[in-house]
Design a protein around this ligand. Sequence first.
Ligand SMILES: [Fe+2]
Ligand SMILES: [Fe+2]
Length: 303
Amino acid sequence: MKGFSIGKKGSFLETVKFENNLEFNLVSRGDGVEILHQTIEEGKLFYIYPSDNVNALEFYFILSGQVVCEFDNSKHILSPEDYFTARGLDEPIYFTALSKVSLLCVFTEQTFVHISKDISSLMEITKQVELKDRYTHKHSDRVAKYSVKIAKKLQLGKEQLENLTVAAVLHDIGKIHVPIEILNKPGHLTDEEFRILKKHPVDGAEMVRSSYYKELAPIIEQHHERLNGTGYPYGLRGNDILLEARIIAVSDTFDAMTEDRAYRKAFKEQIAIDELKKLAGSHYDKEVVWAFEQILKEEGRIN
Ligand SMILES: [Fe+2]
Ligand SMILES: [Fe+2]
């Protein structure tokens, strides 16, 4: 996992070495370094998301309790005196507290977000959706990752950014009610099948509305709306569609295009962004598409 490392109890702690050999000495505090103590209740989920400041670093030392984190397709359990660091992370890392956890955090920019218990169970449902649809493995994580980058480029505030991140992870949660045969159908959907698929934004919003994070419901509900009113479920237009939903629409479409589907091979990233640009203003928000294009250019993924 790029930008993320864990250290087990007993490994050298005073100086944490990062990939580029920069040394972060816990004793001599640099400018803007914050040190704080966090407590996380058992069963809660939290995550750290990528910062776009390349110099931002984060260090977490476990004082008591256990957490599990998942990356590179394996689970890692961290116990007291283990630690983890993040610097130049390229995707969010999720953790679950297996017991009440007490953490010592040292960071230059906090990208640590608590997620309430009912959201963590919704996130579990998202994972089940991805298991149902063999073409959407990690789709939600990538949509969240793209959305965070776009939001940062557009300088959204911290609270909006956090809501957007969680909404992006959950955007397709309503697909849990769509039969597996429809999700994996290789050919075109019949009108009736499409009608069933099109219910997922409303179903998803409903599932979230009964949780602590009800304010995410409209974002999830609107992720298939398009600026010219041709989207669903309501045919909303322009700025009647929330900015967060307009951002997810772009990330979601881009990810769908650049991954294989039952009925076609993946498109190249350049082709996908060119397509989004053609539809900017009519289907997708121009500024959002522009921001995303800049990000892909900066990452050297397109010309
Ligand atoms: Fe969707
Ligand atoms: Fe999606």
